[in-house]
Design a protein. Structure first.
Length: 185
């Protein structure tokens, strides 16, 4: 019975490790109330004169396959998205900036679509359009490959952890019980 459990864990791990990259969609939510502020860009070459101190949240991620990825923002206020390749520095908002969007989505919501490279680190910055706005929001990211947010283990990492836990459990089960003998002199 124990061998079949190990075989099932090994088969599951192998399946996860060898699965091809497929289309992925992730959704995150947050609240920019009380978040740090920065002078957001208005384009890839200039900073905004209206959004000089907008509250923002960032999400660092990479994708497993090159292709076109969409970033859809939703909030009760006019929002703005900025995409960076690599790191984001709020004191230098034009450095590493790839694309921006204000109102391409429904209403005052940003909808940014951009070609991304597999295995490259990106940062998406959610903010408001103007300084006075902040609050609860949602952000969806979708594209042809797996989307891996920083700090969230990838499927391969989960598979290795499962195998590791299985190996530890197996070693613990096989351990011989130690008999202690007490002698009084």
């Amino acid at each position: 019975m124990m061998k079949s459990t190990y075989a099932a864990v090994a088969l599951a791990a192998t399946t996860i490790l060898s699965a091809p990259a497929t289309a992925d969609t992730i959704a995150v939510s947050g609240d920019t109330t009380g978040s740090p502020t920065y002078n957001r860009p208005v384009s890839t070459t200039s900073l905004s004169g209206v959004g000089t101190a907008v509250a923002y949240d960032t999400y660092t991620f990479n994708v497993s396959a090159a292709g076109s990825y969409a970033f859809a923002a939703v909030s009760d206020f006019d929002n703005f998205l900025a995409l960076y390749q690599g790191t984001f520095d709020p004191t230098s908002a034009l450095t590493n900036l790839v694309a921006v969007d204000d109102d391409s989505g429904v209403g005052n919501n940003a909808l940014l679509t951009n070609a991304l490279l597999g295995g490259t680190s990106y940062t998406i910055v959610f903010s408001s359009f103007s300084n006075a706005d902040a609050g609860i929001y949602g952000l969806g990211i979708s594209g042809p490959g797996a989307i891996n947010l920083a700090g969230v283990p990838e499927p391969a990492a989960w598979a290795l952890m499962i195998l590791g836990f299985g190996a530890v459990a197996g070693a613990m089960r096989r351990r011989q019980a130690v008999k202690a003998t007490v002698r009084f002199a």
